[in-house]
Design a protein around this ligand. Structure first.
Ligand SMILES: Cc1cc2nc3c(=O)[nH]c(=O)nc-3n(C[C@H](O)[C@H](O)[C@H](O)COP(=O)(O)OP(=O)(O)OC[C@H]3O[C@@H](n4cnc5c(N)ncnc54)[C@H](O)[C@@H]3O)c2cc1C
Ligand SMILES: *[C@@H]1O[C@H](CO)[C@@H](O)[C@H](O)[C@H]1NC(C)=O
Ligand SMILES: *[C@@H]1O[C@H](CO)[C@@H](O)[C@H](O)[C@H]1NC(C)=O
Ligand SMILES: *[C@@H]1O[C@H](CO)[C@@H](O)[C@H](O)[C@H]1NC(C)=O
Ligand SMILES: *[C@@H]1O[C@H](CO)[C@@H](O)[C@H](O)[C@H]1NC(C)=O
Length: 766
């Protein structure tokens, strides 16, 4: 039986009933175990693990080396229990396959050595958590540990028995049926009072066995967080322990057993772990199976039944004076509630589908999202006031273009926490989908993206240099940008021509010996006012009469201190100078001369670069603005609940209630499209997601503006004032319907792609 795992894992003197001949063991190991210290004889120290796995487990130490020994108990044993040879076999197979288990070193069937069979394995140093709430660590780490656990489980279940060399390891089909009868017998043997729910549950389980009860995956049988050794500092599984109950059977039994605490009657208070849905969806993704888990409720009910039977067993031992821990008597109290919860779950015939999990963030994405959320709470929101004060004090001085010192400090903090350059998949390891939800979080506060080095236009510029820059260009400009030491601007739009058609662009980039000479006017160069802005990527015309309209333009790197480059004036956005983002400047270029090596990718390749630049970059704006919409809706609801007119709270006026609902609809719809697009970019690349990118670019700013507009309306005069962030939010988001191409241009693109898609359908039919 598996009663012992409730006890804490600590080392004690070897128990009376488990003692064995240590000298004999030492002699044996000296001759058989490679690397086991031979001298000095008699120096082997043996301690026992107090946690009462039914197979006694010992810690061996000699000459600075540590090993773990597991043996059968002495005396007559139940058939099929305590099979240490099976444990050794399964660990050996898994270890060879690269699965995290302690390396099994030696198996001894000769009972003359220490009185029973035994095996010796490597001693793994790391962390074991006894309390499933993991109170020792913070929420982000806790989350990471749980995710590591569930990924390990998925890995275990993806092994093929043949290739592990474990044919015949289990007992063939009918695992669930055997489980039900085994635990029923255990329970009956230990029962001290009649618990009707237990009997009913047993009956239900026996009558509702899953149709696919012939699964032959390798399963652990007792997969829980406290049977895992984690790396001492990282969220990494070093070893899964206690393979006594391992067999072949239905993998969902393991999954349900591992996740059952989510359904426990006495809810675990304040247990900040990933949600049940998150764990299950990650498990399913790792195993590449659908998140619709047929009969999952059977497995949950079975887990509850098994747990209740175990608890009954612990209590029975207490009654006969063989308690394995001080709190054994408490187990009597949980049998019935567990059984009742199991029955409830059994009645739930709806298939267990993980709702709201159309889009799966990777484990890393989830970890970072959690960290970003905490960082926002801890550092960003409190900094808002300091920021406002700084800009109020410096409104009429040139210092307004400098960044408050606090911002630099926050950047250092974020960098130290690894919350840095999250937008660039090659650097962050995050997918666009992962980043979408992270960017949304940072978008709740308009200056936050910069703290994580994830702000436009630097993000787009870094992407350009990363994708198209030469080694020297990367060294000179990309590296300091990635480190956040400098910033940059992007100069494409021109005051004298309609720039939504970039072929209109007049600024010239002409070759002259070893230089290019740039002449022209640009405006709306965002970020150029930032004293840290050291370089511009400038797009201009390099005439080539033999090339097409789209091969006449080039992009080139221009250091901001190059003679002839002049900042003319900042442009306001609805009156805002947008100082925190370095403003939006008109810049003139008069005979600005840079070395030929500053050209990016080559002459005439400007449009090619622009395409690459604006794929993910366009939807990053959308993701961030969804965060702004969430912030606005929050403000709206708070205000509607605070203020009263004509005898009612604002939200009690039905029209306001409907606005609230409409805002929620808009946000959810817009987010779904954004995530869908992010996933498409991840799966198919920028080019094949062009239609979705364009749709997102149109839909999201519209939806967000609608929300902010409602919020302004509900807040009344306050909404348009400096006391609320809504006015600046509105101004900022409104520009997204122009910047990176106005809506109309994207709508034309969408229509073109739609017609093309439809025509393909027609051709396919013919
Ligand atoms: C806050 C802000 C920041 C910006 N940052 C930058 C930056 O950092 N770098 C940079 O280079 N630029 C930047 N821009 C410029 C932005 O990209 C341009 O404003 C945009 O591309 C539109 O160009 P335009 O202003 O010349 O408008 P125009 O090209 O003159 O277009 C005006 C209007 O014409 C209509 N129109 C255009 N084409 C079509 C069509 N095919 N069908 C129907 N109607 C059409 C649209 O309604 C459009 O809004 C920024 C703009 C703003 C507001
Ligand atoms: C586990 O940790 C939680 C959170 O700190 C605590 O409330 C609970 O009592 C602990 N449980 C046990 C069994 O120690
Ligand atoms: C109780 O424990 C003792 C030794 O501690 C053992 O000899 C005895 O068999 C146990 N009784 C039961 C019923 O398990
Ligand atoms: C039944 O399952 C559905 C879907 O998983 C869930 O929402 C509901 O809460 C469950 N009911 C019970 C009683 O567990
Ligand atoms: C001009 O364009 C043609 C056709 O695209 C190309 O072959 C040629 O190399 C271009 N000339 C320069 C100087 O880039």
């Amino acid at each position: 039986d598996k009663l012992g795992s409730y006890e804490t894992l600590s080392l004690i003197a070897v128990r009376q009933q488990h003692r064995f001949d240590q000298d004999s063991l030492e002699r044996y190991l000296s001759s058989r175990l490679p690397g086991f210290p031979r001298q000095p004889a008699g120096a082997l120290a043996v301690r026992q693990y107090s946690s009462g796995q039914s197979n006694p487990t010992f810690y061996l130490q000699k000459g600075g080396q540590a090993f773990v020994l597991r043996k059968k108990p002495h005396g007559p044993l139940l058939p099929r229990a305590h099979k240490v040879d099976r444990e050794y076999r399964v660990q050996k197979a898994l270890f060879s396959a690269g699965f995290p288990v302690p390396e099994p070193l030696l198996y001894c069937s000769d009972v003359s050595i220490i009185g029973t069979e035994f095996y010796v394995m490597q001693h793994v140093k790391g962390r074991i958590f006894r309390n499933i709430s993991l109170p020792e660590v913070g929420p982000a780490e806790r989350s990471a540990l749980y995710l590591a656990m569930i990924e390990t489980l998925a890995l275990l279940h993806s092994f093929d028995l043949q290739s592990l060399g474990l044919q015949g390891y289990g007992r063939g089909p009918g695992y669930c049926k055997r489980q039900v009868s085994t635990w029923k017998k255990q329970y009956d043997a230990a029962a001290h009072t009649d618990i009707p729910a237990m009997n009913k549950l047993a009956e239900w389980l026996a009558n509702n066995l899953p149709p696919d009860d012939n699964g032959e995956s390798l399963i652990h049988g007792d997969f829980r967080i406290d049977n895992i050794i984690f790396h001492p500092t990282e969220a990494r599984v070093l070893a899964v322990l206690d393979w006594e109950l391992s067999t072949t059977g239905h993998p969902l039994a393991d999954l349900a057993y591992t996740t059952q605490f989510y359904f426990w009657p006495t809810s675990i208070k304040d247990l900040e772990t990933p949600s049940f849905e998150e764990l299950v969806s990650i498990y399913c993704r790792c195993r590449r199976i659908s998140t619709t888990l047929p009969n999952f409720n059977f497995f949950l009910a079975l887990s509850h039944f098994k747990m209740a039977a175990i608890a009954q067993g612990v209590y029975a031992r207490y009654l006969i004076g063989n308690a394995s821990a001080e709190n054994s008597h408490e187990f009597a109290n949980i049998v019935e509630p567990l059984a009742e919860r199991g029955l409830e779950l059994s009645k739930n015939s709806t298939q267990h589908s993980i709702s709201g999990e159309l889009f799966h963030q990777s484990r890393k994405g989830q970890e970072i999202l959690l960290k970003v959320k905490q960082f926002m709470k801890q550092h960003i929101y409190p900094a808002e006031k300091v920021k406002i004060k700084y800009y109020t004090e410096h409104r009429n001085t040139e210092d307004k273009w400098k960044k408050p010192a606090l911002l630099e400090r926050l950047k250092e903090l974020a960098k130290a926490e690894g919350l840095w350059n999250l937008f660039l998949p090659d650097v962050s390891g995050l997918s666009q989908l992962d980043y979408a939800l992270i960017a949304e979080e940072t978008g709740r506060c308009l200056f936050a993206p910069e703290v994580f080095n994830c702000h436009a236009p630097d993000t787009g510029n870094m992407e350009v240099l990363h994708m198209y820059g030469t080694e020297e260009q990367k060294k000179e400009w990309l590296e300091p940008l990635l480190e956040g030491k400098i910033s940059s601007c992007f100069c494409m739009t021109e005051p004298d021509v309609a720039s939504s058609d970039a072929t209109n662009m007049q600024c010239t980039i002409e070759r002259d010996g070893n230089s290019y000479v740039i002449n022209g006017k640009k405006w709306w160069s965002s970020g150029a006012g930032n004293p840290n802005c050291k370089v511009a990527i400038v797009m201009g015309k390099t005439k080539n009469s033999s090339a097409s309209r789209y091969k006449q333009h080039s992009m080139i790197l221009v250091p901001m201190d190059t003679p002839g480059l002049k900042l003319i004036r900042p442009l306001s956005v609805f009156g805002y100078m947008d100082e925190i983002h370095g403003g939006h400047f008109e810049i003139h270029f008069n005979d600005v001369r840079v070395p030929v090596s500053n050209i990016i990718l080559g002459e005439g390749r400007g449009f090619e670069i622009a395409q690459g630049r604006l794929g993910p970059g366009r939807i990053h704006h959308c993701m961030r603005s969804l965060g702004a919409a969430e912030a606005a809706l929050e403000i709206l609801c708070q205000r509607a609940a605070q203020r009263e007119t004509f005898g009612k709270k604002l939200y009690q006026h039905e029209v306001v209630a409907h606005w609230i609902a409409e805002c929620r609809l808009s946000i959810e719809q817009a987010r779904l499209l954004t995530l869908q697009t992010a996933r498409k970019i991840d799966m198919l690349g920028n080019r094949r997601a062009r239609k979705e990118v364009a749709m997102t670019k149109v839909v999201v700013p519209r939806a967000v503006l609608k929300v902010i507009d409602c919020a302004v309306q509900v807040c009344g005069g306050a909404g348009v004032s400096q006391d609320f962030p809504l006015a600046f939010m509105f101004a900022s988001i409104r520009t997204l319907r122009l910047a990176d191409g106005p809506d109309e241009v994207h709508l034309s693109t969408i229509a073109r792609w739609e017609l093309l898609d439809q025509s393909k359908k027609l051709t396919a039919k013919i």
